[in-house]
Design a binder for this molecule. Structure first.
Ligand SMILES: [Zn+2]
Length: 137
C-alpha cells in the first residue's frame, strides 16, 4: 500500500478514451448510435439496440438524477476523505443510461434518491473523473 490513498484509475483504450479524457473541456462525452439515436455506456463498437456500427462520440448535457446511493464511512487507506457518497445516476438523455460516480459539493447525509445533479470533473493524472454535484431542480 502506498502512503497516500489513490483512486484506481481506469485503463484507457480506444473505446473509452473520449469518456475519460473528454472532461478536459468540461463536457461529458458518450457514444451514440447515429442510426437509432441510442446512447451507449459503457462504450462499444456496435449499438446494442439496432446492431449498427455507426456509433460516434457526442456530448450530453451532464444533467442527471440520483437513482441509488450509499454513504461510505470506512477509511480504506491513508489520506482518504470520509464520508463520501457512491451513487448511481441516470443521465437526462435516456432512461437507463447510468453512471456509477460520487456525489460531491454536499453533505453526504443530505443526498437523496431523485435529487437532480450535474456533472463536474476532477482531474487525476490524464483522466478527468466525472463526479456529480447538486443542481437546482
Ligand atoms: Zn442503434
Amino acid at each position: 500500500m502506498s502512503e497516500n490513498y489513490q483512486r484506481t484509475l481506469p485503463v484507457i483504450d480506444d473505446e473509452n478514451r473520449a469518456f475519460w479524457h473528454g472532461g478536459a473541456d468540461g463536457r461529458l462525452h458518450l457514444m451514440r448510435c447515429q442510426d437509432c439515436g441510442y446512447w451507449l455506456h459503457p462504450p462499444g463498437p456496435v449499438c446494442p439496440e439496432c446492431l449498427s456500427d455507426g456509433v460516434t462520440i457526442e456530448t450530453v448535457s451532464g444533467e442527471a438524477t440520483v437513482e441509488a446511493l450509499t454513504v461510505n464511512y470506512k477509511v480504506w487507506g491513508a489520506g482518504m476523505q470520509v464520508p463520501y457518497v457512491i451513487a448511481i445516476v441516470e443521465l437526462a438523455e435516456q432512461k437507463g443510461l447510468r453512471l456509477t460516480t460520487n456525489i460531491v459539493g454536499i453533505d453526504p447525509d443530505a443526498v437523496t434518491i431523485g435529487m437532480p445533479v450535474r456533472v463536474v470533473f476532477e482531474q487525476d493524472e490524464d483522466v478527468w473523473l466525472p463526479l456529480f454535484e447538486p443542481r437546482p431542480a
